[in-house]
Design a protein around this ligand. Structure first.
Ligand code: KIV
Length: 284
């Protein structure tokens, strides 16, 4: 079913999809047009990720992203995809300073940005905060495994949960965020076998990004999957198009046309009455 005909999905619908074995397709978006395309393409959920910082704003990491940055892009995405569930990523320090601040910021996305849910990076250590936001009436998607906001403490942007202890900790994290009330959990960069165990253990859907085939759904960063982000492409990305190359070629052709006097053509120009032109020519 195309996005325009779709009914916006709510947390219970994702639970049903898991129970019925229907896969959930999530993609990130940051602008009006990206959101429109995602809606038309029939995604089940859009994430306004704080990956915004890297793929749209040109930062080296997600750390500098602010609530204000997120809000501008969340509102644009909302306008582009009125029929799709939009989850908004809580940026660095927007939820970890205090429970009050976390509820206030999640509330701003939900109430003023019109997000349908918020996403929080972190496992068991954030269960209390996730629970408080849920209790305030705001659906929460959790995010475990590789959590880019704290990647400096995780040894960099690398696969998580490879040792027995680390794997057990991730299973505990998954259970903790479910018990805290999260309706969905993103599982990033963990071995496929571990993501499969987590998926089996949880009643809420798991959304993999580098989590293998067994997750209940998948998410990719828009720019990675359409070939717009040139700095690096993680192993878990499937690149479906080379949009950057198409854009670059189009601009290159435009520059050439301008320099060689081939643009604009008559069809791109406006006309006016001959007698006015003659009169104007008489004046000068
Ligand atoms: O910020 C983001 O885009 C994310 C996805 C990678 C899940 O958190």
């Amino acid at each position: 079913m195309k996005g325009i005909d779709k009914k916006k999905l709510l947390p219970d619908n994702y639970l049903e999809m898991k129970q019925e074995g229907k896969k959930i397709a999530m993609v990130t978006a940051y602008t009006y047009y990206q959101a429109m395309a995602a809606q038309e393409a029939g995604v089940d959920i859009i994430l306004v990720g704080d990956s915004l910082g890297m793929v749209e704003l040109g930062y080296d990491s997600t750390i500098p992203v602010t609530m204000e940055d997120m809000m501008i892009h969340l509102k644009a995405v909302r306008r582009g995809s009125p029929n799709i569930h939009v989850a908004a990523d809580m940026p660095f320090l927007s939820f970890s300073v205090s429970t009050e601040k976390a509820i206030e910021n999640a509330g701003a996305f939900y109430q003023k940005g019109l997000a349908d849910s918020v996403k929080i990076e972190g496992g068991a250590e954030y269960a209390g905060i996730i629970n408080s936001i849920c209790k305030a009436g705001i659906p929460v998607c959790a995010h475990i495994g590789l959590t880019p906001q704290t990647s400096a403490l995780l040894g960099g942007l690398k696969v998580q949960g490879k040792t027995l202890d680390a794997a057990k900790k991730l299973i505990d994290d998954a259970i903790a965020v479910q018990e805290a009330g999260a309706f969905m959990v993103v599982v990033e960069a963990v071995p496929a076998a571990l993501a499969a165990i987590i998926t089996k253990k949880l009643s809420i859907p798991t959304i993999g990004i580098g989590g293998g085939i067994s997750c209940d759904g998948q998410v990719l960063v828009f720019h990675d999957m359409v070939g717009l982000y040139k700095r690096f492409t993680p192993k878990f990305v499937k690149v479906y198009a080379n949009v950057y190359d198409i854009i670059e070629k189009a601009i290159e052709e435009y520059v050439k046309d301008v320099k060689e006097g081939n643009f604009p053509e008559e069809k791109h120009s406006f006309t006016m009455k001959k007698e006015i032109i003659d009169e104007l020519n008489g004046i000068i």
